[in-house]
Write a protein that binds this ligand. Structure first.
Ligand code: MG
Length: 240
């Protein structure tokens, strides 16, 4: 076992479970299923709609204050993005947009997957005496359902969900609360996750060690305001 800290805070979505990664492929696949009602019978037509929807989704998520509200209602954010995406192509149809958005939400939910080394890694850390917290943004019901579905609840000493706690990453109060619940100082704790701002920049501001999970090897963002203390491509690297 390599040197380990007293405590580790884990992110949930796209860290322990695959949830929202690689949206381009997912949207293309979903939109192909709506080719007839969209009257989009060629790949280029599907691609135009995908780009329009994803551009609008980025706009919805760009404002941090708005994003903090939409995180508690991701299906609603998707409806808005698809409505606006279709409208931007001159094809405003809210009923069709909502059907598409809801189908995407259901497809994503069906396809959530536990990363294959997640349970073994978390259990090995816990057995090694590391205090563990799960710190996740999002709505209480949505996140609790994932925690139950993937048998994660009993594996952590503390579980903190944005929708229950009332604040989400990257608010520093979020990390401070989790550290207090685990009774450790920031300097004795790692934050592990896939979101560069939430799991590297913000926690390192507090003196924690940010371990960036980059399974698709996207690389540190250009002009990043901080460097991760460590980058891992697989969770099991933490215990190897
Ligand atoms: Mg994440």
């Amino acid at each position: 076992m390599p040197p380990l800290p007293k405590a580790i805070l884990f992110d949930l979505d796209d860290t322990l479970i695959r949830a929202y990664a690689q949206p381009e492929e997912a949207w293309t696949r979903l939109l192909n299923g709506f080719a007839a009602p969209l009257n989009a019978h060629e790949a280029a037509a599907i691609e135009r709609i995908r780009v329009a929807v994803m551009d609008e989704a980025r706009a919805v998520w760009a404002d941090p204050a708005a994003a903090a509200r939409w995180r508690l209602n991701i299906p609603g954010a998707r409806r808005l993005a698809v409505r606006r995406g279709l409208a931007s192509l001159g094809r405003a149809d809210e009923a069709l947009a909502d059907r598409i958005a809801d189908a995407f939400t259901e497809m994503r939910r069906t396809e959530y997957r536990l990363y294959p080394d997640a349970h073994a890694t978390v259990d090995a850390l816990r057995d090694a005496g590391v205090k563990l917290a799960l710190v996740t943004n999002g709505g209480a019901e949505t996140q609790r359902a994932k925690i139950e579905r993937f048998d994660l609840g009993h594996r952590f000493h503390h579980i903190q969900i944005e929708g229950e706690f009332g604040q989400g990453k990257p608010e520093l109060a979020v990390y401070r609360h989790a550290l207090a619940r685990l009774d450790v100082d920031a300097g004795d704790a790692w934050m592990v996750g896939d979101n560069f701002e939430w799991e590297v920049v913000a926690p390192q501001r507090l003196g924690m060690v940010g371990v960036w999970y980059d399974p698709f090897e996207t690389g540190v963002p250009a002009h990043a305001p901080a460097r991760p203390a460590r980058i891992i491509k697989r969770l099991a690297e933490l215990v190897e």
